[in-house]
Ligand binder design. Structure first.
Ligand code: FAD
Ligand code: DLZ
Ligand code: SF4
Length: 510
């Protein structure tokens, strides 16, 4: 008799056409899905993230069984659970008499290495849910002085044919980013994404998560995520019909009490495999051709998916496992309690952290220009910042989170991803949000007890990194403006900044 092989499907590989399943045989092989503590605890995940992954895994197992597959499913509380993916594979191998494992390459070095070290024969297949492979990215990156996303994006546009007319971009321009930066209109009434009431399978998972992960940062209830493919498709449909037309204009806007605005809110579903990136882009492209959404919205949306999403994955695999420990700016300040819901007078931060706690979601500009901007200006340890982002967002998996945090947001890779640090004073936040209106601090004040901390820390960052950035072509003008200021005035700003950081370090509410 031919021995069965184990077919590993991880919690973020829940696609029926994933390579491991495609190369397996229904009559012969056993699909292994395992809820394990090692995956639930490598960072203190938001309870909503754990509930999403486990609920989706359980439903995906049913889909496979209905399709005729033999599935060996381990629940977190099973007595025989060994606690890790490697342990479960070894246990199942002995149970089914298997020597071989077919896997799709995981999205994290930690698991890739764990699979390489198994006492079984493991075949790790490419994850072809992505449009480009790590090898393609490495070939593109070879011999380039700068790995700018824009050039990679154009290559992927050509490869997919998305928004292309022959070899030219539709509309004559590749990128409409300059038309994607409006603050929200006064009469903000964005459409809310659909919500899903937990039914039996999900309710059981919620009980488990509530009991096992009660200490984790984040609110489990109400739990309204989509947890299977048909629900995820409903979220996508809703976005295409109701939010995409305004996505382009307001993609960078921030409004208190409005977490979703006109954003897609599909990253958790893309990242765990309930949606496929190409199908999502084709839907947006169809909306453009049907006249239902403008080009700046559709191009901007498609760019995020075939541009940024593919690009950051390329960076993650190109740079290797040590990428997450880079610290080019020598930042060592520990993460303050306000990141875990501790009190702060800064309204922008309390709003974004509060929203994160409630929904396990914040949009890109909130992550980049509120929490990320603050972490960078305040000199927080990028490793700790990375662990935070990996924990608190439902869409956080290392291949996508790390380049965004370590690279784009914290400049800890020394400028591989970002050509200059994403930092701003309070002025940008005031322009793009309504957070400053009721804040304890005064966004217009440059010095004094009530001066917006972003104003103080911005110049502290600029001054302490003078040697690194003064000659950066995109930053020289900032140094010229700063140096033209009166020396006393500059000293005053820096003194207030140092004093403010001292209070942060002392654990005071700032
Ligand atoms: P939309 O703005 O509606 O965009 C549509 C889709 O484009 C997203 O669903 C996502 O799949 C993709 N996308 C957009 N921006 C990016 C990007 N910069 N990198 C990769 N894909 C992108 N995204 C994650 O999926 N997981 C993360 O762990 C993650 N961590 C981040 C950490 C930091 C510090 C920053 C600045 C950004 C991070 N992002 C991450 C990117 C981005 O914030 C989220 O993809 C986006 O907010 C998801 O919400 P949405 O579906 O409404 O996105
Ligand atoms: C995030 C997560 C969680 C919370 N739990 C599981 C799990 O129990 N079993 C599993 O297979 N995957 C889980 N995941 C997703 C993995 O952490 C993810 O596959 C790796 O980080 C690679 O991206
Ligand atoms: Fe944030 Fe400063 Fe505005 Fe307050 S004043 S909300 S701290 S940017």
């Amino acid at each position: 008799m031919v021995k069965p092989r184990l077919v590993l499907v991880l919690g973020d590989q829940l696609s029926i056409d994933i390579s491991a399943i495609q190369s397996a045989e229904k009559e012969r092989d056993v699909v292994v899905l395992a809820e394990v503590m090692a995956e639930a605890t490598y960072v203190p995940h938001h309870p909503k993230k754990i509930a999403l992954v486990l609920s989706a895994m359980r439903q995906f197992a049913s889909v496979l069984r209905d399709d005729g597959w033999t599935v060996a499913y381990t629940k977190l509380d099973d007595e025989t659970n060994t606690g890790s993916i490697a342990g479960e594979l070894v246990r199942r191998a002995s149970e089914f008499g298997a020597d071989d494992v077919i896997a799709t390459m995981p999205g994290e070095w930690r698991l890739i290495e764990a699979l390489n070290n198994l006492p079984l024969v493991v075949r790790q297949l490419p994850d072809d849910r992505f449009i480009t492979s790590p090898k393609e990215f490495a070939d593109w990156a070879e011999d380039r002085k700068e790995l700018r996303m824009e050039w990679f994006y154009r290559k992927v546009r050509r490869k997919t044919g998305l928004l292309m007319e022959g070899s030219e971009p539709v509309g004559g321009k590749w990128n409409y980013d300059s038309e994607n930066r409006k603050p929200a209109p006064d009469d903000t009434r964005p459409p809310k994404p659909p919500v899903f009431q937990p039914y039996a399978i999900v309710a059981e998972v919620l009980e488990l998560v509530e009991y096992r992960f009660a200490e984790n940062f984040g609110e489990l209830y109400p739990f309204e995520f989509a947890t299977n493919r048909s629900q995820a498709l409903a979220v996508l449909d809703h976005f295409i019909s109701h939010a995409l037309p305004r996505f382009g204009d307001y993609q960078d806007a921030m409004v208190e009490g409005e977490p979703w605005l006109w954003l897609a809110v599909i990253s958790p579903y893309l990242n765990i495999g309930l949606l496929n990136p190409i199908e999502v882009c084709r839907r947006a492209e169809d909306a453009f051709h049907a006249g239902a959404a403008p080009l700046n919205a559709v191009e901007g949306f498609i760019r995020q998916i075939i541009g940024w999403r593919e690009y950051v994955r390329g960076i993650y695999f190109l740079e290797g496992p040590d990428y997450v420990s880079r610290n080019a700016l020598d930042h060592y300040r520990p993460l303050p309690a306000l990141f875990w819901g501790g009190e702060t007078h800064m309204r922008c931060l309390s709003e974004v952290v509060g929203q994160t706690q409630e929904h396990a979601y914040a949009h890109h500009i909130q992550r980049l220009m509120i929490t990320g901007n603050f972490a960078l200006l305040a000199g927080l340890d990028p490793g700790a910042v990375h662990q935070w982002y990996l924990s608190v967002y439902a869409d956080a998996f290392e291949w996508v989170e790390a380049p965004n945090t370590i690279g784009m947001s914290q400049f800890a890779d020394g400028g591989l991803v970002a050509s200059k640090p994403y930092v701003s004073s309070g002025n940008y936040i005031s322009k793009m949000s309504d957070y400053c209106v009721g804040c304890h601090y005064d966004v217009k004040a440059k010095t004094g007890e009530r001066a917006c901390p972003f104003n103080l820390l911005y110049w502290h960052f600029i001054e302490r990194n003078r040697d690194r950035f003064q000659n950066n072509r995109r930053m020289a003008v900032i140094y010229r403006g700063w140096d033209k200021r009166d020396a006393e005035q500059r000293k005053l700003v820096l003194d207030y900044a140092t004093d403010w950081l001292g209070r942060l370090d002392a654990g005071e509410t700032v």
